[in-house]
Design a protein around this ligand. Structure first.
Ligand code: 0X9
Ligand code: CA
Ligand code: CA
Ligand code: CA
Ligand code: ZN
Length: 421
C-alpha cells in the first residue's frame, strides 16, 4: 500500500494561497465553463500535478478544476486556462500531461453505440437486454425490478439475486450501484459481472450458491442512464460526468447528508461538481434514495452493505467524505475501525489503495455519507482501473473488462460475508 504523504509545508502554503485568491469570474471563463465545455474530453487541459495530498486536492477542486485521478501523491487535474493560472500562482507545479493515447477518440461508430473496437461495453439498451436474459434464464433466483426513472424518463433498472427471488425473505441484503458518473463505463460492466457471477455459477459453485441462498443481492447497473447515452452520442466519447437535466447535476454531490456543507461540491451550475439546487433534486438520486428507503421493513433497514463503483484510480474509499475527521456525528471510533478494517481487507485482495474518502479530497453530498448516516449501511466507493491517467483513463479498451471486473470478486465475497455479521 502506498502511504499518503503527510501534509507538507509546501502543501500547507499552497492551501493557504489558494484560499487567498478568489475565483475570477470573467465572461471568458464563464463561456469556457458552459455545460458542454469542461466535460468534453477534447477541451480543458489535463495536467500532472505532483506532491499533492488530500488538502491540496480539496483546494484544487475548489478552484473548479477537476481531479481526475490520484496515484500516490501525483494527481491528474483537468483545468481551463484561468484555473491553471490560479493553481500555478498558488505554487503548484503543473505539467501538461501527454496528449491522449487516442482512446477517447472513437473513430467511426454508429450514433449511440460504442465503437466497434469497444463493442463489448454495454449500451443502455444492451444492459436492459442482459437483465431480461438473466431473469428469463434464472427465474428462481433473479427478480427484475425498477429503481425509478431518470430526468429524461429512462427506467433505472434493478435486479435482485437470491433464492426465491420473488419473495422478501429474512436474509441480509446487499446493494451494488454503478455508473453514477456517465463516462465511467467500466462500472456498468462491473455490476453486470456481479449479476453473471452469482447467477451462472449458482448450483455449481458452493460458495456462490451459499451466498445466493443466504443473502438478497440488489444490483443497479446504471444509476445515470441519460448521461451514459449522452456520452456515446457523438463521434468521440464526450467525457460526460453528470446527469442530463438542463443544469446538469453531479449525482455524487446531490445526496442528502450534509449536502453542500463543506466546500466539497460546487453551487455553480457550470461546474462538473455542481451539487444541484437542493439535496435529491436529481430524479436519479431521488429514485435510488426511495429504493433504499423502501428496504426499511418493520423499522429495520434490510440493506447492511453497499459498494458504489466508479472509475478510476484503484482505490477503496469509506465515509465520511465531508470531513477529514475520522470520527464525526454518527461515526464512532469502533465504527470507523470496522470501515477501515473491512476496506483494508478488501483492498488486500484487489491491490487497490484503501483510505477514507476525504483523504482523496473532500466531497459533500456523496452517496456513501448518506447510506451510512441515514441507514447505517456499510457503504464503500471502489475506484476501478486504471490507477492513474487523464481523460483516457475513463475509456480503457474492452479487452480489460473481464480482468478488471473479476479482479473484485474476492472483495465482493468479503462484503457479502460481512453483510451477515
Ligand atoms: O468525486 C467523486 O465523486 C468520486 N471520484 S470520481 O473520479 N469517480 O468522480 C470519488 C468520491 C469519493 N468520495 C466519497 N465517496 N465520499
Ligand atoms: Ca476491443
Ligand atoms: Ca432468498
Ligand atoms: Ca429481505
Ligand atoms: Zn465517479
Amino acid at each position: 500500500m502506498r502511504a499518503l504523504r503527510r501534509r507538507t509545508a509546501a502543501a500547507l502554503s499552497v492551501t493557504a494561497c489558494l484560499l487567498a485568491f478568489p475565483a475570477p469570474q470573467s465572461a471568458a471563463e464563464q463561456r469556457q465553463t458552459t455545460s458542454e465545455g469542461p466535460e468534453r474530453a477534447s477541451s480543458g487541459t489535463v495536467y500532472r500535478v505532483t506532491d499533492t495530498d488530500g488538502s491540496t486536492r480539496t483546494e484544487i477542486q475548489r478552484t473548479g478544476a477537476l481531479v481526475l485521478s490520484v496515484s500516490g501523491d501525483t494527481a491528474f487535474v483537468q483545468a481551463n486556462g484561468s484555473q491553471a493560472e490560479r493553481l500555478r500562482s498558488a505554487g503548484l507545479a503543473l505539467e501538461r500531461a501527454s496528449a491522449t493515447t487516442g482512446r477517447s477518440s472513437r473513430g467511426p461508430a454508429a450514433p449511440g453505440d460504442f465503437p466497434a473496437e469497444d463493442s463489448d461495453y454495454h449500451t443502455y439498451s444492451e444492459m436492459l437486454t442482459e437483465l431480461d436474459e438473466a431473469a428469463s434464464q434464472h427465474p428462481d433466483i433473479v427478480d427484475r425490478t425498477s429503481a425509478g426513472r431518470s430526468a429524461e424518463g429512462r427506467e433505472i433498472p434493478a435486479v435482485k439475486i437470491s433464492d426465491n427471488a420473488g419473495s422478501d425473505e429474512a436474509e441480509p441484503e446487499v446493494l451494488f450501484t454503478c455508473n453514477q458518473h456517465a463516462r465511467e463505463h467500466l462500472t456498468a460492466e462491473m455490476c453486470l459481472h456481479v449479476l453473471k457471477r452469482y447467477t451462472d455459477n449458482y448450483g455449481s459453485d458452493q460458495a456462490i450458491s451459499d451466498m445466493v441462498d443466504g443473502r438478497e443481492i440488489w444490483v443497479i447497473p446504471m444509476v445515470n442512464p441519460d448521461g451514459v447515452v449522452h456520452d456515446i452520442s457523438g463521434s468521440d466519447y464526450l467525457g460526460w460526468r453528470r446527469n442530463r437535466e438542463s443544469n446538469p447535476v453531479d449525482l455524487n454531490r446531490n445526496w442528502g447528508h450534509k449536502w453542500g456543507c463543506c466546500g466539497g461540491s460546487s453551487g455553480d451550475p457550470n461546474s462538473s461538481t455542481y451539487r444541484g439546487p437542493e439535496a435529491f433534486s436529481a430524479p436519479e438520486t431521488a429514485s435510488v434514495r426511495d429504493f433504499v428507503d423502501s428496504r426499511v421493513v418493520d423499522g429495520t433497514q434490510q440493506i447492511t452493505a453497499h459498494i458504489d463503483f466508479h472509475t478510476f484510480s484503484e482505490l477503496v474509499l469509506w465515509p465520511y467524505g465531508y470531513t477529514t475527521e475520522d470520527n464525526a456525528p454518527g461515526m464512532t471510533r469502533e465504527e470507523y475501525r470496522r470501515f477501515a478494517d473491512l476496506g483494508e481487507a478488501m483492498a488486500a485482495t484487489n491491490g487497490y489503495t484503501p483510505m477514507q474518502s476525504s483523504d482523496l479530497y473532500v466531497t459533500d453530498g456523496s452517496v456513501n455519507d448518506w447510506m451510512w448516516a441515514e441507514h447505517d449501511i456499510l457503504s464503500f466507493t471502489f475506484e476501478m482501473y486504471p490507477d492513474s491517467g487523464g481523460i483516457d483513463g475513463f475509456y480503457p479498451p474492452d479487452e480489460v473488462i473481464q480482468r478488471e471486473t473479476s479482479r473484485n470478486d474476492e472483495a465482493v465475497s468479503i462484503l457479502l460475508d460481512e453483510s451477515g455479521r
